[in-house]
Design a protein around this ligand. Structure first.
Ligand code: ADP
Ligand code: MG
Length: 254
């Protein structure tokens, strides 16, 4: 059974893209067939996978707007042993274009149907807002993985996100669940981080992954080499943390 997971949090800079690309590479290293879909006009997941977002011939935009067969948009040569549907700023236009279409929230879900069964896991990197692209991602997904930085306003944002997931579940995608909450860029010397982390555990229990992603400079450097961290510095604590996360994700899908 294929599992589709949206990596989402309406806040920017919390580690969505880093999680998407490094989790994908780690799952692929564990013999899973993985597809990453870049759903953010910033194209960061595309670049971090070793694919240039500049001058893309085919992208997620063509799939959503021009009805391009999704197979045609898949890039098989990435630096992470996974497949990728890339994105760039053309997707901003797609966002506007989708708004006045009938059934606008289901375009991605419909587009994925013919290829879904070819993969074990499909990870969707969402933009930092709750716009129509994110709604498309959430409608196409079985569950949502929420990267969260343990800081003061994090829990408030999480509550908003969970309300949105509940609303979407009622309106359009009843099976949508929270896959897990991931603590990212964690610094255990920081008292606030550990307090927020404890609060998170208290409120969300088993939904919080055991794995914590530490703040690690290798994770921040790897994208500038167009590589997931495990292919840039496989001994780094960052790449090891994402391997541990992949093991947890696989365990949960059993
Ligand atoms: P988002 O996709 O949510 O906007 P990113 O994954 O792009 O967030 O991360 C934001 C910035 O923080 C990027 O520059 C990224 O390289 C860096 N970063 C992400 N995770 C870590 C980490 N665990 N340690 C250090 N830097 C990180
Ligand atoms: Mg991002």
């Amino acid at each position: 059974m294929t599992k589709v997971i949206a990596i989402a949090n309406q806040k920017g800079g919390v580690g969505k893209t880093t999680t998407c690309v490094n989790l994908a590479a780690s799952l692929a290293a564990m013999q899973k067939k993985v597809l990453v879909i870049d759903c953010d006009p910033q194209g960061n997941a595309t670049m971090a996978s070793g694919v240039s977002k500049f001058g893309l011939e085919k992208s997620i935009t063509n799939v959503l707007i021009d009805g391009l067969d999704v197979k045609e948009a898949i890039v098989k040569e990435t630096e992470g042993d996974f497949h990728l549907i890339p994105a760039n700023e053309d997707l901003t236009a797609a966002e506007v274009n989708l708004l006045d279409k009938f059934g606008r929230e289901n375009f991605l879900k419909k587009a994925l149907e013919p290829i879904k069964s070819s993969y074990d896991l499909i990870l969707i990197d969402c933009p930092p807002s709750l716009n129509i692209l994110t709604v498309n991602a959430l409608c196409a997904s079985d569950s949502i993985l929420v990267p969260l930085q343990c800081e003061y306003f994090a829990l408030e944002g999480l509550t908003l996100l969970i309300e949105t997931v509940d609303q979407l579940a009622t309106a359009v995608n009843p099976k949508l669940k929270i896959e897990g909450i991931l603590r990212t860029m964690f610094d255990n010397r920081n008292r606030l981080s550990t307090d927020v982390s404890d609060e998170l555990k208290k409120n969300f229990g088993d939904l919080v992954y055991e794995t914590i992603i530490p703040r690690n400079v290798r994770l921040a450097e790897a994208p500038s080499y167009g590589k997931p961290a495990m292919y840039y510095d496989k001994s780094s604590v960052g790449s090891k943390a994402y391997l541990a996360l992949a093991a947890e994700v696989i365990e949960k899908t059993k």
